[in-house]
Design a binder for this molecule. Structure first.
Ligand SMILES: C[S@@+](CC[C@H](N)C(=O)[O-])C[C@H]1O[C@@H](n2cnc3c(N)ncnc32)[C@H](O)[C@@H]1O
Length: 130
């Protein structure tokens, strides 16, 4: 008689954002200090496309818990700027060039906050003789 193959499933552990899959990427993310395993998705995209450039401004819509913000921070560097937006609040970062705001990316008041941030950046650039 043929034995039924047992399906291997990575363990899922509840966290405050729902369920988290604890596979190899989870453990790699933890070891590398990333807040989520999705960091590696952006690292792979970057490796293939060089989409993000140093010293630029990056806007991450739907950024919690912030692993993409961590990767963006590494790529754009301290002269770049990063704004993350999410419905949920994001734990603070030590890096000064990462800003987060709580808001619905589809809402007009969030767009207003993003515009305010962008105009602050422009002012900063204009007054900074780098
Ligand atoms: C898969 S998570 C993003 C993970 C993130 N890229 C990272 O690596 O840490 C998707 C996020 O989108 C956010 N989100 C979904 N709809 C949103 C909306 N309308 N406005 C803002 N954030 C939203 C959710 O709250 C959730 O935190």
């Amino acid at each position: 008689m043929l034995k039924k193959k047992k399906k291997i499933v990575a363990p899922r552990v509840a966290n405050k954002a729902g369920y988290q899959v604890q596979d190899i990427w989870f453990h790699r993310a933890k070891a590398a200090g990333y807040r989520a395993r999705s960091a590696f998705k952006l690292l792979q995209i970057q490796e293939k496309t060089s989409l993000i450039r140093p010293d630029t401004l990056a806007l991450d819509l739907g950024c919690a818990p912030g692993s993409w913000l961590q990767v963006l921070s590494q790529i754009v560097g301290e002269h770049g700027r990063i704004l993350g937006v999410d419905l949920q609040s994001v734990d603070k970062f030590s890096q000064k060039h990462i800003t987060t705001l709580v808001g619905d990316m589809m809402a007009a008041d969030t767009h207003e906050k993003i515009r305010d941030y962008l105009s602050e950046i422009q002012t900063e650039k204009m007054t900074n003789d780098e």
